[in-house]
Design a protein around this ligand. Structure first.
Ligand code: APR
Length: 306
């Protein structure tokens, strides 16, 4: 049986464990520093198994030693946004937590694939890569698939059509400078520009960029977790089943898109080796400039952690 560790048993972590258990693809261990929290949530998830029909092991623990031999470690440990905060405001706290988590991953699961979720996502992903010194195919951040799912849901709403026919793409950093790509977004293969006017597309792009903050403004305490956990589960499934699905994710760029020494959201192929390929899209001038702006914002964060 394969094994997935989820670090952090808060909203994103615990919902991810639930989704992974329901996929029935791996034993799961959930780790948190708060005593009792991962244990209690794991018990609850195990007790749903007879009804939901999964038969994987789910354990909750405060001991990192239990992540040993994990195939994938999903990192959700850290604080989440409150209204008025940007993802970058979380950096000082979350970078320290990430360092602790990475030291434990290196110690107990040195052969694993790391999927970061903690914000600010691209900077945390970069930090995880530098801390562990894992090869870049084994470190990725979940962001682009979430942003693309949000973009797709708004397109479907606007079109009054099934979300299943929408394929949307968002590149760049997971922040206000993210780059939704209408040119690479389609409904049943039909380019978005053939289906709606420029103004409508701009409106949907704006909603996509603000989607996370909009949820935070409603929740007041904490940020989104249903859609983030759905994106994590889809990425984990593609890796474990070696499906080689192509999703945008934050990965270390080494010349791709003309960028070096940065983690940024780009389309990648996910299989048993992790990031098996980075797909380089041809971008028009406007898109390329937007990606550069997004990269600059991420570079500022990377400079801070240095
Ligand atoms: N090791 C393990 N768990 C930790 C550690 C640590 N060193 N530090 C904090 N945690 C745990 C907290 O105890 C808490 O249970 O991380 C959990 C975070 O849960 P929530 O506060 O509910 O936050 P959540 O909504 O899950 O978001 C987590 O993901 O999407 C991002 O921006 C979000 O950075 C945030 C992260």
């Amino acid at each position: 049986m394969t094994k997935v560790a989820v670090i952090g048993s808060g909203n994103v972590g615990a919902t991810t464990v639930q989704r992974l258990a329901e996929l029935n693809i791996a034993d799961i261990v959930m780790v948190d520093i708060v005593e009792g929290l991962p244990q209690g949530k794991a018990m609850d998830i195990v007790q749903a198994a007879p009804i939901m029909g999964y038969d994987v092991d789910v354990i909750g623990t405060n001991d990192y030693a239990n992540i040993n031999d994990s195939d994938i470690v999903v990192v959700t440990a850290g604080i989440a946004r409150k209204p008025g905060m940007s993802r970058d405001d979380l950096l000082a706290t979350n970078i320290k937590i990430t360092q602790q988590v990475c030291a434990n991953i290196e110690k107990y699961a040195p052969g694993s694939i790391i999927m970061t979720v903690t914000n600010p996502l691209d900077i945390i992903t970069y930090a995880a890569l530098r801390c562990t010194q894992f090869d870049r195919n084994r470190v990725m951040g979940m962001s682009g698939l979430l942003d693309s799912s949000r973009f797709a849901s708004f397109i479907a709403k606007e079109m009054n059509c099934s979300v299943r026919d929408v394929n949307a793409m968002v590149l760049g950093g997971h922040g206000d400078a993210m780059v939704p790509l209408p040119e690479y977004s389609t409904v049943s293969g039909i380019a978005l520009s053939k289906l709606m006017d420029e103004e409508t597309i701009e409106k949907i792009v704006g909603r996509t960029i603000n989607a996370g903050a909009h949820i935070v403004s409603h929740l007041k305490e904490g940020s989104a977790f249903y859609a983030p956990s759905a994106a994590i589960a889809a990425m984990v499934e593609s890796i474990l089943k070696d499906t080689k699905r192509i999703f945008p994710a934050s990965v270390f760029l080494n010349g791709e898109y003309g960028m070096h020494d940065i983690c940024l959201g780009v389309p990648v192929k996910l299989g048993r080796k992790g990031v098996e390929e980075i797909i380089e899209l041809e971008l028009n001038i406007r898109e390329a400039e937007a990606l550069q702006r997004s990269a600059s914002a991420v570079r500022e964060g990377i400079a801070k952690i240095r």
